[in-house]
Design a binder for this molecule. Structure first.
Ligand code: G3H
Ligand code: ZN
Length: 286
């Protein structure tokens, strides 16, 4: 069933585990992520970036795709339909389209304006029983046109944003979107501790692809309750598809049929999502 994120993440922070949020791009991605959640019997977030929503034909279509796929696959685990890194307009559109959770990413605004806009989105979304993620500091690197310098989140700013009643908070702690550079020095656990000590809000770790398992698990033990993963699914899909084509399978037995051609990549996404769910310690539902 499609739910909002509130209960899932409040329980996760208290229970010192995280729930994964995985980006979708199309039907196969959606099916792959849902299959992993169902097979592990755990809750999951499916999220679309603004770019992916545009690619897929808009927020209404994304919302419908996920909801109808949940039905057609008989998915019984809780699924949150989430907007990833939305600007103000995108957050409003996703709320209107029926998403159950939205991220308003105001990291590039002056802080006062981030605070103001986040409050507006929180008020609107909560009135419609929709959860809200906000961001302080920024995530380094680039994802679908969202660029960040990677500034560490300021603890005072985190407190002020949390006080608006946001349901989960993304904070810059040295994490980066996309592949991590060879000279990356790791997550800033000192800053994470300061933030986690200051607020009870479940924290979100963006840039989940390429962070060593030990660092992810340490961050989760300290208050991270949502981990976002995108690039790793893309790499897994690419690798499996490439192997299939390089082995000439796309020519054997009508292997060029898209339903066959896309199957190995889709399975590879399911496999990586299942592995990440295990890393995050998401407990199976009773
Ligand atoms: O918002 C999405 C994530 O932060 C994904 O980052 O592509 O590095 O896994 P990633
Ligand atoms: Zn992100």
């Amino acid at each position: 069933s499609i739910v909002n994120g509130n209960e899932i993440f409040a329980a996760a922070r208290k229970g010192h585990y995280a729930v994964g949020a995985f980006n979708t791009n199309n039907l196969e991605w959606t099916r792959a992520i849902l299959a992993a959640a169902q097979e592990t019997n755990t809750p999951v977030l499916i999220q679309t970036s603004m770019g992916a929503a545009k690619y897929m034909g808009g927020y209404e279509l994304c919302n419908m795709l996920v909801r109808e796929t949940v039905k057609s696959m008989d998915i019984t685990v809780p699924v949150v339909m989430h907007l990833d890194h939305g600007n103000y307009e995108a957050a409003l559109e996703a709320i209107r389209a029926g998403y159950t959770s939205v991220m308003f990413d105001g990291h590039d605004l002056p802080f006062e304006e981030n605070l103001e806009k986040t409050k507006e989105i929180v008020d609107l979304a909560h009135a419609a029983n929709i959860s809200v993620e906000a961001e302080v500091g920024s995530i380094g690197g680039e994802e679908d046109g969202i660029v960040g310098a990677g500034e560490l989140a300021d603890v005072e700013e985190a407190k002020q944003i949390a006080a608006l009643g946001v349901d989960y908070l993304a904070c810059g702690i040295g994490n980066i979107h996309g592949k991590y550079p060879a000279n990356w020095t790791g997550l800033n656990f000192d800053r994470l501790k300061e933030i986690a000590d200051a607020i009870d809000t479940p924290l979100v770790l963006h840039g989940g692809s390429g962070i060593p398992k030990e660092q992810i698990q340490k961050a989760i033990s300290m208050g991270v309750s949502k981990v976002n993963v995108n690039t790793e699914c893309q790499l897994a899909f690419q690798e499996a598809t490439r192997k299939y084509i390089e082995a000439g399978k796309d020519q054997e037995g009508k292997g060029y049929d898209p339903r066959k051609l896309l199957a190995p990549g889709t399975q590879a996404i399911t496999d990586i999502v299942k592995e990440r769910i295990e890393w995050f310690g998401t407990p199976a539902l009773g």
